[in-house]
Design a protein around this ligand. Structure first.
Ligand code: SAM
Length: 257
């Protein structure tokens, strides 16, 4: 069965066996793991994953790929395929026993940030996540304070998850080759007591506002929420730029709301 890659679904299919092997080794699936793949495509990752775990789930938006994936995977194990939009899918509905989900995917670049935020909503049922994303996005996800690329994405993800950039992959590993480099990233949700954020919505709002205008000071950006005196009272200099604050500083500010 052949399938022409669809641009609107961000379809760049992996074909390099060495790269595929490296990704699967990084995920290190074990028999019995509750694995969920987002966007199996033509099953380049699904087959070697299924070989290791025996049964798994996948979520694919393109209905034309459903028979392709099912046919290719049948000899390797039991695949439960959900033909839905991962952005609208309730990942919590997949947890039916005490096993937390291990989510993986070579994600379409156009939905990468929304899908990360969507998955954060279900973090309590997720053990870990491994994604292939645009290299520049992974750099922003893992960036630390003081860096030009440290921003809302870095703080929001690092507050809830341990974020580790694993390795890079060039365009030649895909068909068709994308215009950008890619990286593999690992996210491990932190336990609630380590996160220590009482009001997740308040925290998200504060971080969004803090980075609304990167060139402005914290005092200016946070004006709708708190004044300079309140910021100083928390031991934080209101005259600094938002990118100089650590994730712990943002938690401190949110706790002071
Ligand atoms: N995993 C395959 C591989 O590595 O070769 C395909 C990766 S391709 C970059 C992204 C896949 O995600 C495609 O199969 C695409 O149809 C699917 N996809 C795109 N948007 C999606 C969405 N919102 N929900 C679920 N799957 C989606």
């Amino acid at each position: 069965m052949s399938h022409r890659p669809r641009k609107r679904f961000g379809q760049n299919f992996l074909h390099d066996p060495i790269v595929i092997r490296k990704i699967v080794d990084a995920i290190d699936p074990q028999p019995g793991d509750h694995l969920v793949e987002i966007g199996p495509g033509q099953a380049a990752l699904t087959i070697p994953l299924l070989e290791r775990v025996g049964r798994m789930e996948a979520i694919e938006i393109d209905r034309d790929l459903v028979p392709v994936v099912q046919e290719r995977c049948a000899p390797y194990g039991e695949l439960s395929l959900h033909n839905v939009d991962a952005l609208k899918f309730d990942f919590r509905s997949l947890k039916t026993d005490d096993r937390a989900l291990r989510v993986v995917g070579n994600l379409p670049y156009n939905i990468s940030t929304p899908i990360l935020f969507h998955l954060l909503q279900s973090r309590e049922v997720i053990a870990d996540m491994h994604f292939m994303l645009q290299k520049e996005v992974v750099e922003r996800m893992a960036a630390g304070p003081g860096s030009k690329i440290y921003g809302r994405l870095s703080v929001m993800l690092q507050a809830w998850c341990e974020v580790t950039r694993l390795f890079d992959i060039g365009p030649g590993a895909f068909n068709p080759p994308p215009k950008v480099d890619s990286s593999i990233v690992r996210l491990v949700p932190r336990p609630d007591e380590e996160v220590a954020i009482d009001d997740p919505e308040g925290f998200a709002k504060l971080v969004r506002l803090a980075f609304a205008q990167r060139r402005k000071t914290l005092r200016n950006n946070l004006k709708p929420l708190m004044d300079g005196e309140q910021i100083s009272a928390l031991g934080i200099d209101p005259g600094v730029r938002p990118e100089t604050l650590s994730v712990a500083d943002f938690k401190l500010l949110a706790a002071g709301l």
